[in-house]
Design a protein around this ligand. Sequence first.
Ligand code: ZN
Length: 68
Amino acid sequence: MDKEIPILHSKCPICGKTAVLEYKPFCSKKCADVDLGRWLKGTYVVHTDESPTEEDRIENNRMPDDVD
Ligand SMILES: [Zn+2]
């Protein structure tokens, strides 16, 4: 009777597919690994000061109008 297929009503944050209970909140082990890899990478680089994206945004935000 309670043999329902374990499907989550959420989407995999990696690829957007329907998540499954076994690998929640992901859809597969592959996506779970991808997320884990990102997470581990993040912790490894967190001590460095190399985040060019931040400076890039600041530079891009600089409008020529600001200069007198
Ligand atoms: Zn996925």
